[in-house]
Write a protein that binds this ligand. Structure first.
Ligand code: NAI
Ligand code: MG
Length: 352
């Protein structure tokens, strides 16, 4: 089997971790023997934007439809406002390929310290609605520069969009040992879209009697994540809420540097996109210090999505064996470089 992979390293440490990720993927596929990746590098980045005036050339999103998966680094530069880079590259891909389900696992890997005392309870999957809500792009500004200037940012929730993310969340919860799903909203203060979320959730729940559920407001769930992590399993939340919760989850599981994510088009009409959740990390970019574990774990999710389960299991075991052995980058309190962690994972893969 051959998979066409679009590699979009983007900016900053995105380029470093995607290079490491491709190296590991090549080795995993060579050791497996049953499949290989044909990776095409797309240079879409902030540097490219500053040169051409756009992140994605005309027809670029359509071009991506010809790939089996997208392996994305990060986008963001000190030379470009963040809303321009995010809306220039990552959101057009996720929205243009209808990758409406953003899956974000969080777990404390062996050898990794969590700031929580009882961190063994941190074993969650956060499902983020990835196509509408607060990031629907609805809003505008009028009277710019005047004292009466107005900026609106309207969250858009559609019944179809809410129902499909809830169904996805129930399906995923069903595959987990604990089969528990927590609905996260803010339906006390936000009376329309969030109440729609609550209602559709209750309807969909009827089709999944094997999944236990509860509801939490987004502010309250942050304290529960810290105080009673073991009470949570799968969480489903809006685009904005899940964005915030998954950074918290990453920190509670040790570092942003280990947290992976999959932007899925579950119907497989279009390719899905796999990326570490962290950004381009100006403070460590270009120094070879980025933690590649988030990207390796992301690669595991990509292998699973492609149906290469044996290779996925093998790679995850290699990652965990390396963290357990204390080969850790600075964000996890270690002294290893990106290259050292990558070499260690490759050695474990070869030895397995
Ligand atoms: P960031 O995730 O780039 O960095 C936050 C902190 O975590 C920094 O101290 C960084 O050194 C550390 N960190 C992140 N990833 C790490 C890794 N793999 N290994 C070790 N340490 C790591 O977030 P920040 O600083 O808020 O944003 C920087 C730029 O990235 C901005 O332009 C922002 O818009 C963009 N960004 C892009 C994202 C994406 O492409 N999906 C996601 C988040 C931010
Ligand atoms: Mg985020």
């Amino acid at each position: 089997r051959e998979y066409r992979l679009a590699a979009i390293p983007g900016d900053g440490i995105g380029t470093e971790v995607i290079a490491a990720g491709l190296e590991v993927l090549d080795l995993v596929s060579a050791l497996d023997g049953g499949f290989r990746f044909e990776a095409e590098h797309l240079p879409w980045s902030s540097e490219y934007y500053l040169k051409h005036g756009y992140y994605i050339p005309a027809g670029g999103v359509d071009y991506l439809k010809g790939f089996d998966a997208i392996f994305f680094g990060a986008v963001g530069s000190q030379q470009v406002p963040d809303h321009v880079s995010l809306w220039g590259l990552r959101l057009p891909i996720a929205q243009g390929l209808d990758q409406y389900a953003n899956v974000r696992p969080a777990r404390v890997l062996p050898g990794v310290g969590s700031p929580l005392k009882r961190s063994e309870g941190v074993d969650w999957v956060i499902i983020r609605e990835n196509s509408e809500g607060e990031y629907a792009g609805n809003g505008g500004r009028t009277h710019q520069g005047f004292p009466h200037e107005v900026g609106t940012e309207t969250a858009v929730f559609t019944r179809a969009g809410v129902e499909r993310i809830h169904r996805f969340a129930f399906e995923l919860a069903r595959t987990r040992e604990r089969k528990h799903l927590t609905l996260v909203t803010k339906s006390n203060a936000q009376r329309y879209g969030m109440v729609l979320w609550d209602e559709v959730f209750a309807e969909v729940a009827g089709d999944y009697p094997d999944v236990t559920t509860d509801r939490e407001l987004v502010d309250a769930v942050t304290t529960r994540m810290v105080a009673k992590p073991q009470s949570l399993d799968v969480l489903v939340a809006t685009n904005l809420h899940a964005d915030i919760l998954s950074d918290l989850a990453a920190a509670l599981s040790g570092s942003l540097g280990i947290a992976p994510t999959a932007n899925l088009n579950p119907e497989r009409q279009f390719p899905s996109m796999f990326e570490p959740i962290h950004g381009s990390a100006f403070d460590i970019a270009g120094k070879g210090l980025a933690n590649p574990v988030a990207t390796f774990w992301t690669a595991v999710m990509m292998l699973e999505h492609l149906g290469e389960d044996a290779a996925a299991t093998r790679l995850m075991a290699a990652i965990e064996s390396v963290t357990a052995a204390g080969v850790l980058t600075g964000d996890l309190g270690g002294t290893a470089t990106t290259a050292e962690v990558t070499q260690a994972v490759c050695e474990r893969l070869r030895a397995a």
